[in-house]
Design a protein around this ligand. Structure first.
Ligand SMILES: CCCCCCCCCC/C=C/CC(=O)SCCNC(=O)CCNC(=O)[C@H](O)C(C)(C)COP(=O)(O)OP(=O)(O)OC[C@H]1O[C@@H](n2cnc3c(N)ncnc32)[C@H](O)[C@@H]1OP(=O)(O)O
Length: 390
């Protein structure tokens, strides 16, 4: 690949290496619902002709309370006060979900109920004045209580483009309020994902290098935040090699199942970059500082068996039975009571959330500096001009 990339990019190679960041056009606010959107959603709800059912109504109630009052702050009703107890449970299950996320989820949920909207298993269309990202590179389906988000660029080893980052944020927001019990990431083809698409680093106007680095850092922060805040059990089904950001994110997943042909590689130093996805915090906690350093600083690639021994992977399956065994198990898990799953996850994760957001912010700031550094430029040049691959 390195040779091919060099050939394809050669006319602008020096410029690419001088400006190793992509132009982003999305503002941080584009993904956040405003007060006006929230108000509109409330009005839209009154116009619904079809009863959305109790489960959805409870979700709407909980999101509304969370968006307007914050985390549940009232005494728990008695067991016999069924209705108020169900409402309290639904609100309480949202834990410390930030008000603005609750507001966005409320707007998304109402929008999914309107007759013209797509089903919750689809990536929802963008607003009329917002360019809708191409969605075929991420396939979102919902079945058997499982929302599956699949990287779908097999010819590029499922490398993640700028628009895919945005689509995944959107898909996670939709999945957080859909009817599924768990959400699963997997890859189509022989790779889980080769991480950040290196061509994201091209196509940068020389005049806007600092601004584009800043925008990239904002997008990355929002992307990782979406994983930190995701309220349901998050599972990775690692069907093949995983590189870079898709590996670091695993510390934010609740279960990681891997085929024995999967590998785990974070070549940040080779690329003149630094860890993201909260791995600078989660990896030392998961595997101890010495093993984390070998991966994150020295770029040691782990086999699935090694990653399992280090605690990054939950269980490894033979490739021949991987898909059958894992999906059978996940379908069983998805039948467990949904609120209980969420509450248990909340208990396990809530103490860490504030810390994780702080780590994410710090990692993104550091990376912003890395993208502008001479070292990153040189590392990219070395990577792209050498014949060998990772
Ligand atoms: C500043 C921009 C901001 C964007 C928005 C947010 C930014 C977030 C950044 C978060 C940071 C993340 C860090 C990382 O993820 S680091 C990891 C980056 N990934 C790599 O370095 C992998 C590079 N790829 C390879 O080394 C090899 O391709 C491979 C994965 C080992 C596979 O080798 P193999 O021989 O089997 O296959 P090919 O090389 O022939 O690949 C087939 C085609 O796929 C293309 N490909 C593969 N991986 C990538 C990639 N990561 N980016 C772009 N393209 C990739 C490859 O070019 C081939 O395409 P072709 O057939 O058209 O030549």
């Amino acid at each position: 690949m390195a040779g091919r990339l060099t050939r394809r990019w050669s006319p602008s190679l020096l410029q690419v290496l001088r400006f190793p960041v992509v132009q982003l056009h999305m503002s941080r606010t584009a993904m956040r619902a405003s007060e006006k959107d929230f108000e509109n959603a409330r009005n839209q709800l009154k116009l619904l002709t079809k009863d959305p059912g109790n489960e959805v109504k409870l979700k709407l109630y909980a999101l509304y309370k969370q968006a307007t009052e914050g985390p549940c702050n009232t005494p728990k009703p008695s067991m016999l006060d069924f209705i108020n107890k169900a409402k309290w449970d639904a609100w309480n299950a949202l834990g410390s979900l930030p008000k603005e996320t609750a507001r966005q989820n409320y707007v998304d949920l109402v929008s999914s109920l309107s007759p013209s909207s797509e089903s919750s298993s689809q990536v929802k269309p963008a607003a009329a004045n917002e360019k809708q990202p191409g969605s075929e590179n991420i396939i979102v389906t919902s079945q058997d209580g499982i929302t599956k988000i699949m990287f779908n660029r097999p010819s590029k080893k499922n490398a993640i483009t700028t628009s895919m980052y945005k689509e995944i944020i959107h898909a996670l927001k939709a999945a957080s309020t859909d009817n599924s019990a768990i959400t699963v990431f997997t890859g189509n083809g022989d790779y889980y994902s080769s991480g950040n698409d290196l061509t994201n680093f091209t196509d940068v106007s020389p005049n806007s290098i600092e601004e584009t680095a800043k925008n990239a850092s904002i997008l990355l922060r929002e992307f990782v935040d979406a994983f930190i805040d995701f309220p349901k059990p998050l599972v990775a089904v690692i069907n093949g090699p995983a590189v870079g950001i898709v590996v670091t994110l695993l510390g934010l997943f609740d279960a990681v199942y891997a085929s024995d042909k999967a590998t785990f590689h974070t070549p940040f130093s080779e690329l003149g970059q630094s860890p993201e996805g909260c791995a600078s915090y989660t990896f030392p906690k998961i595997m101890g500082p010495a093993k984390a350093a070998e991966m994150l600083i020295f770029g040691k690639k782990l086999t699935a068996g090694e990653a399992c021994a280090q605690g990054l992977v939950t269980e490894v399956f033979p490739e021949s039975t991987f898909q059958k065994e894992v999906w059978t198990r996940l379908k069983t898990y998805a039948k467990l009571p949904t609120n209980s799953l969420r509450i248990s996850k909340e208990l396990i994760r809530s103490n860490e959330k504030e810390k994780l957001h702080a780590v994410n912010a710090e990692e993104c700031t550091v990376l912003q500096g890395r993208w502008l550094s001479e070292e990153c430029m040189n590392a990219l040049m070395n990577f792209m001009s050498r014949k060998s691959k990772l």
